[in-house]
Ligand binder design. Sequence first.
Ligand SMILES: NC(=O)c1ccc[n+]([C@@H]2O[C@H](COP(=O)([O-])OP(=O)(O)OC[C@H]3O[C@@H](n4cnc5c(N)ncnc54)[C@H](OP(=O)(O)O)[C@@H]3O)[C@@H](O)[C@H]2O)c1
Length: 1102
Amino acid sequence: MYNLKVVNISTTQLDWVDDLRELVIDQENHMLTSNSIPPLIYLVSNGQEDQDSGILGLTLCLRKEPFCSQIRCIFSRKYIPLDFSTPDDFLSQILRKDLAINVIDEEGRLGSYFHSPSQAVLLPSQHAFVSMGTIGDLTTLHWMQGFPHDDPSLPVQEEGYSPVKVHVAALNFRDIMLATGNLQLTARTNLPFTLESHLGLEFSGVTGDGDRVCGFSEGQSLATSVYANDDWLWKIPNGWSFEEAATVPVVYSTVYLALVMRGQIRNGESILIHSGAGGVGQAAIRVALSMNCTVYTTVGSKQKETFIKTTFPQIPPENIGCSRDTTFERMVLLSTGGRGVDLILNSLTGDKLEASVRCLARHGRFLEIGKVDLVSNKNLGMHFFLQDASYHGVMLDSLWDAAPSVRAELRSLLQSGLDSGVVTPLPYRLFNHQQVEPAFRFMGQGQHIGKVLISLEETPILAHPHVYFNPSKSYIIIGGLGGIGLEFCNWMTTRSAKNIVLTTRSGIKNAYQSNYIQLWERNGVQVKILQLDAADPVSARTLVHEAGKLGPVGGFFNLAMQLHIDLMKLQTPSGFSFAMDPKVKLSRNLGEITRISCPELDHFVVFSSVAAGFGFDGQANYGFANSAAERLVERRVKDGLPGKAVQWGPIGEVGAWHDSYNADFTRKSFHGSGVQSIASALNSLDALLGDPSPVMLSRRTVDADAGHASTADDLSLVERIAHVLGHMTNHHKLNMSSKLADLGMDSVMSMEVKQILEQDFNLFLSAAEIRNCTLKQFQEMASNCPKNKLVGASKLKVQAATAGLVQLNFIKTMSRSRFIHDQCVHPLNSLAHTRIKERELGVKMDPGHQGTIFIINSLEGPDVLNLLAGYLLLPAYSMQIPKEIFDSNNFNELSDFYLDKIRETEPKGPYTIVGYSAGTFVAIELGLKFQETHEITKLILLDITPGRMRAILDENFGKDRTHLDESELIVMMVTQVFGFDRNLVESILRKEKNTEQQYKAMTQLLTTVFEADMTVDDMEEVMSKRALTFLKLMDQYHPALKFHEPVVLIRTTQNLISYDSNELWGLDEFCTQTPTIVTLDTTHSYMLTDPFVKSVANYINP
Ligand SMILES: NC(=O)c1ccc[n+]([C@@H]2O[C@H](COP(=O)([O-])OP(=O)(O)OC[C@H]3O[C@@H](n4cnc5c(N)ncnc54)[C@H](OP(=O)(O)O)[C@@H]3O)[C@@H](O)[C@H]2O)c1
């Protein structure tokens, strides 16, 4: 018979909120006043009627609240009879497993939800462009989906522009400089504000009319298609290939602009052309030679010198100098009798620039095409102009907004060059579209002669998703004037959205909102702001109707929220209703209306929260509301409609979280989620919206950070507590002897302080202790306790993950750090940290504590002992099962390893030795060893003894285990340690031929089923090596000596095998004193949780 209460959860009738609140209050009272286990509370949503139930988010949030650990949920997508008074097999199975979240899918299968990392989605794309993840890191060059320029359904774009299907794109040094971060985009002037990527200037391809053209654009030409200005397109001469044509536009345009339009070059003049083997150099030599000019040139290598000599035999060898030093100055001046040259085409810098200037003749024209010295604002010296010389900075990008006559002149110069044959293709090196990074690196080395090209004839290209909005459709954004809403709308306008409808209930409130709206309007975006509450069905219809006037509705984005934070014991139905209106009611209204009236809808997006995915205390109603919206989205996707819910972690800089928590300092994490910048959140939208999964997660992981903390983490604990309590500005005036309760701490503040203590200071205190501690005590604790390093990210790591129903029979979060321990000894409490510090500094800081507690842990990591550690009055350490277990033949040998570790940590006793679960075996051996040196005060055994273990094995395998089949051990391990169903495990093992294969099958099962960051190798280590080796050693263990010091056994009643209250669990085998036996009416795993943990601590403490 199970001791439980059941609450039926509904999204339409909220009277259950009152019942649940009362049950939660009862739980609190029970836990505070009794030592027995309080009843389980099962929240149940059963059947079709409530398909969009928010029960998952509700349960996750509640389980984060104090005194709510007994809450479980059953969320069944199809109706199944659930009679808790006489459970059938199915319900019994659920109750036996005792999992927090039980989901039953439409086919009646039991499972749960979990987050799994989403794979990067690559879509075959006709339109794609090269973008860069991190400027300066060429490995992050990648293909992104591009705008479908030639889609006939899109409105005709500007006059004078033509879509071109690119066949070959050419790289220019500007691309290399941008990609390597050596050229900032500010060096350019009039970038169109929608330009996503700036890489690529030059291309050849075919227009919509079928003309073969080459040309250049303002950027984004490293793409499969471009929208090109007709002024900068030239027809490709007959007989030329696309590759040849792509070598021409930029270099020859630069040369005509420099030599002819700026330099006014005349027949027969002399010219120094630097880097003559480069693209511009060769083009310049051709144009200059076509005008019978005397050409001097420089090159950077012997190979290039040979190239010039063979390509341009008209240039005498003595006119070819070196571009790596200033010797060309002597060459030019000697050859011209000291006069110098009429024109210089320069791209050299530093002393070579100065030497070049000295090579200019009177009335000369200096034509600078390099950007480095210009961008870095180098001085040239005014004496230069005494020569009546002129200096021209020649920038091809200055032509983007040049007068029509200037454009026309350049256009015709290049055209006549093409017609006359002066313009001829340059040599090139061709890469394919998968070799973008090598192409950039090749060009960056500066070894090439001529041009570097990328062939783009092969489409589609696999590209990362990149969202574009249809300029002729309209988009509805609820909450668009909110913190994130404004930034989101702005992002949409940069992705070609032209018709935006925003809703607000209260209207425009500040200048920031007005400025954005003006900006969008200036950029040709139609913005309609409707003051209405779309949770109201009539208003929702008005909204869709009004949006339809701007264009067919292409998207609905729900960024609305109302937050009412409070612990469940203070919640009411109206609080839930308040949180649900913008999430559930509103999404339902719009969902129904758009199903019928918006056939062209491409997006139906709801902004959800990690509160629904992981749970936050105090946010049960918000978690419930978001979770319900997620289920609604899932249902839409199942019906073949667009739908996406994104669980966001806390977002920085703007929005509700920032406004609540970040007003005066930058906080870096919240309840284990790192804070994601708004820019990163918007960036991740491409991947999130491009992925087919209905529910996704985007948050910054805290462990992504490295380096030193700043801001929030640099504040002292007392300052941070003062901030939470609202005393940030006057914290230095606070009386340090005040208890937090006296400083006005309420329950929500208490949760926040608890969060700070645990996350950033490794301090684990109960709510009551937090209330009763003084500021001074916190100050002392903090000084003993190194802060966790959390922040200072150099790079953002955004974990995007899909959430989906996964068929499995047992779920428990498990991480590598929980089972694989590279470190054997872990300090557990602040007193242990003080000890470590004392040793490091050689100073005695804590005169009060004599003795040390060592807890020999079982298979799990030190985390299971955290709560216990908070109650211990001596420095306490957890000791993990080390790798050395593999080499040990028995516990006597293994305990020598532990003994050395204890001596290294705390060279002298007295020691209190505690064995937890499987750790009791080593603990007994250590007890025997420290008994000899008189250093043990007591031995405490938690819930296992050798005799008890043998009884368990007897019951599982019978008394004769000499020929025990290893697979039987595996079954026991997997069913009893990991909680799997015995039939399932046996049926899997039966299929495997040998033990090795069986290990593999089990590790496969475990790694697939658990949300684990463990590899198969890790799992194999835990399974086949540590756990089973341990199990075998335990089976064979009998203490060789007797123990004469006090022994305490703390055992639990609800256990793996039957419990007999008179049994000594085999303690008489080795104890000479009568042991103290304490019995707790709970399970093995609950003995270290509230309220039992306190009594465990009492027996361990002196
Ligand atoms: N900020 C975060 O860190 C974070 C984290 C996770 C998820 N999210 C989600 O991201 C979205 C945006 O959050 P935010 O931080 O930008 O919130 P916010 O600044 O508070 O904006 C929310 C907006 O919702 C509007 N709203 C509320 N109820 C509405 C209704 N019934 N009809 C129309 N508009 C309504 C409010 O506008 P009016 O008062 O003018 O009507 C408000 O501007 C929310 O859905 C939130 O759940 C945010």
